[in-house]
Ligand binder design. Structure first.
Ligand code: NDP
Length: 297
């Protein structure tokens, strides 16, 4: 079993990050009269999305920021949603806008992502931010991969020259993770469903990031001894007890932890970082919009 020193505790890391965010917010208010504001838009009644939105609002307020919640009925038209986004884009009290995905079928997700002002796009999904990230310009960076990078840098320090393998090439995790690790001077490989001999590719990695969505697919013998393993996957599987379920990652944790030098658990690893980074992005967005130097958080 893994010794505790190997485990990267995302919950504790996120808590410390929220503490730094609260400090930065209080300075922003006192010295510049700016209160960062985050608008979260939820369309429909998806139970998981409702929990996320509630948590986001709670943590936003706990860090001293303004939270603006917009709950719209499931039958909302795309035109009505776009008109709300236009209002939020123009509202000076709103520095960050997050539209909770997935959206109902009558609304085209890409049209909504494209409508958010790139400077308020705290999810970092707008193509302008994708381009800024790819070219090394100041961007709004997607929360989950940025949280992974923060934990890696905290654990390993300078990542220069390390071999990084990312399994998964989605626009929200795999690709921005690759851009961030390239920016941190890693040698980056992106693997996906067409990769040949995935196990051998993974075994090269000093940093192995799994963002696949397949329960415990990455086995212990795919991990290079001493590697840092970041498990982004969140998969619900049947538990031993009849009728119950439990969460597992994309990595077979017990096996991988025997070999890895550092590893994130599921739950309690990457997951808790995502909302904390969203709040951090909102503070950064508020600073940029107010022309204030960004604090180190
Ligand atoms: P996507 O489904 O968008 O992408 C999955 C990627 O995995 C694709 O690139 C796909 O390859 C690749 N893949 C699928 N099967 C295999 C395989 N057998 N071998 C190699 N590669 C494979 O997922 P997301 O990136 O959105 O999410 C990935 C996981 O991370 C999910 O479990 C999700 O729940 C979780 N997640 C967690 C977050 C958090 O806050 N912790 C936030 C976001 C996601 P191809 O492109 O070839 O199809």
């Amino acid at each position: 079993m893994a010794d505790n020193d190997k485990i990267i505790d995302g919950k504790a890391f996120a808590e410390a990050l929220r503490g730094r965010i609260a400090g930065a917010v209080s300075t922003l208010k006192a010295e510049h009269g700016v209160t960062p504001g985050l608008a979260v838009v939820l369309v429909g009644e998806d139970p998981a999305s409702q929990v996320y939105v509630r948590n986001k609002a709670k943590q936003t307020v706990a860090c001293g920021m303004e939270s603006f919640e917009h709950r719209l009925p499931a039958e909302t038209s795309q035109a009505d949603l776009l008109s709300l986004i236009a209002k939020l884009n123009a509202d000076d009290a709103v520095h960050g806008i997050l539209v909770q995905l997935p959206l109902p079928d009558q609304i085209e997700e890409q049209a909504v992502i494209d409508a958010v002002d790139p400077d308020k796009d705290v999810d970092g999904f707008h193509v302008v931010n994708t381009g800024r990230l790819a070219t090394g310009a100041p961007a709004m960076v997607p929360c989950t991969p940025l949280g992974c990078l923060m934990m890696l840098q905290d654990r390993l320090g300078d990542l220069s020259g390390l071999e990084a393998v990312i399994v998964g090439r989605s626009n929200i995790v795999g690709k921005p993770m690759a851009a961030l690790l390239t920016g941190a001077n890693c040698t980056v490989t992106i693997a996906h469903s067409r990769t040949r001999d995935l196990a051998a590719v993974c075994r090269r990695a000093d940093i192995l990031v799994a963002a696949v969505g397949r329960p415990e697919m990455i086995r212990g013998d795919w991990v290079k001894p001493g590697a840092a393993v970041i498990d982004v996957g969140i998969n619900r599987v049947p538990a031993a007890e009849e009728g119950k379920t439990r969460l597992v990652g994309d990595v077979a944790f017990a096996e991988a932890a025997e070999v890895a030098g550092a590893i994130t658990p599921v739950p309690g690893g990457v997951g808790p970082m995502t909302i904390a980074v969203l709040l951090r992005n909102t503070v950064v967005a508020a600073c940029r919009q107010a022309g204030v130097t960004e604090p180190e958080i």
